[in-house]
Design a protein around this ligand. Structure first.
Ligand SMILES: [Zn+2]
Length: 354
């Protein structure tokens, strides 16, 4: 591996390569972008190129002693800081600072890679800020974060920012074929779910997870005709575990996004895709759902999307699983299939009497 082999991040990679060629490397970087887009790989390859003993065109050779140690995770001058429990703690930054009394052991630079820097506790962030204000010689910091706004602005302003884009679906699919041994068809279909993250794609590619989304779509389509007597037991059965509900809400969000793409851009499922709009659906929506999405105001679909996002946020702060799912399912049932009626359960065939 080398920096130049990182796929799908041409802008970030060519920026870093230019710095290596000019041999003017800032002391701190912030790599931002979604998890699974290549930030960590780029940080490691940048560290390799900086310390390689026989660089090729200013990139790592992959063969020298320094490159081999890096591959084995044994390079003494490439230091990873990862969050521990609630986040990166003050003690971890203090431990790091102790190292700065010494020069790098073997390499030209010590490269400190701070994973999930947005999960740094405030006291730790302030301690790191002091280091960045007076950077120790021959040390390079690479902070990895999803969004730069999630960090203290004073830290961000000390860093050279490098943005990583979501990966192209084709690159994600290609890697799933090469690295996970998936068939090109299932790789393509999972890549569409992964929203540009190889990590998310790998997560989806586990068999029971890809089966999971078919079950979710069945349940969503069934909301069209389900009776009130079946509705609550169905949701209660669904809300068995937090991990599954969180995963399924991801699917529901993508499904609602599909409804919007279908409604607004006329997007189709890839198997019969018209490339008119360039957008393709993740799910093969059934005829009833397509018809329902086509016959309601588009704003209702955006409200639905927002409802799902709010539900996902709610779960992160421990909202009740069953009530969250009920809220989302009722919203889909009423807005989509009930054309905005607050109670869209069929009046026919129900054994309720008052
Ligand atoms: Zn090398």
């Amino acid at each position: 591996m080398a920096l130049s082999n990182i796929a799908g991040q041409q802008r970030a990679v060519s920026f870093l390569s230019r710095l290596l060629r000019k041999e003017t490397v800032p002391h701190a970087f912030l790599f931002s972008g979604m998890t699974g887009g290549g930030k960590l790989a780029a940080a490691v390859e940048f560290a390799r190129a900086l310390n390689c003993l026989s660089p090729r065109d200013h990139d790592g050779c992959g063969l020298c002693g320094s490159c081999r140690k890096l591959d084995e995770g044994l390079h003494p001058d490439v230091v990873h800081v990862t969050s521990d429990g609630p986040g990166i703690k003050l003690d971890q930054i203090r431990e790091l600072v102790k190292r700065f009394r010494f020069r790098p052991f073997e390499g030209k630079f010590r490269v400190v890679i701070i994973h999930d820097a947005h999960r740094m506790l405030e006291v730790a962030a302030n301690a790191l800020l002091k280091v960045l204000e007076e950077p120790p010689e021959a040390n390079i910091f690479i902070l990895l974060a999803v969004e730069s706004q999630m960090l203290l602005p004073t830290i961000v302003s000390r860093c050279c920012q490098v943005r990583f884009q979501p990966l192209d679906d084709r690159i994600v699919a290609q890697r799933l074929v090469q690295e996970e041994g998936l068939s090109p068809e299932s790789a393509a279909s999972i890549a569409r779910l992964a929203e540009g993250s190889i990590e998310k794609a790998r997560w989806f590619s586990v068999q029971d997870r890809s089966e999971g989304w078919k079950k979710v779509v069945d349940r969503l389509e069934n909301l069209d005709t389900i009776s009130i007597l079946d509705f609550f037991p169905m949701v209660s059965d669904w809300a068995k575990g937090r991990e599954f509900v969180e995963r399924d809400l991801e699917f529901i969000k993508l499904w609602v996004r599909d409804l919007i793409l279908f409604r607004v851009a006329g997007a189709r499922y890839p198997a019969h895709a018209s490339t008119q709009s360039g957008a393709a659906l993740t799910f093969d929506l059934n005829a009833r759902t397509r018809q329902a999405a086509g016959s309601i105001p588009v704003e209702h679909l955006f409200i639905l999307y927002q409802r799902v996002e709010l539900a996902m946020q709610g779960l992160k702060v421990n909202a009740n699983l069953q009530m969250t799912l009920e809220g989302v399912c009722l919203a889909i049932k009423d807005f989509l299939y009930g054309k905005g009626n607050w109670n869209s359960f069929s009046k026919r065939g129900q054994a309720l009497s008052f």
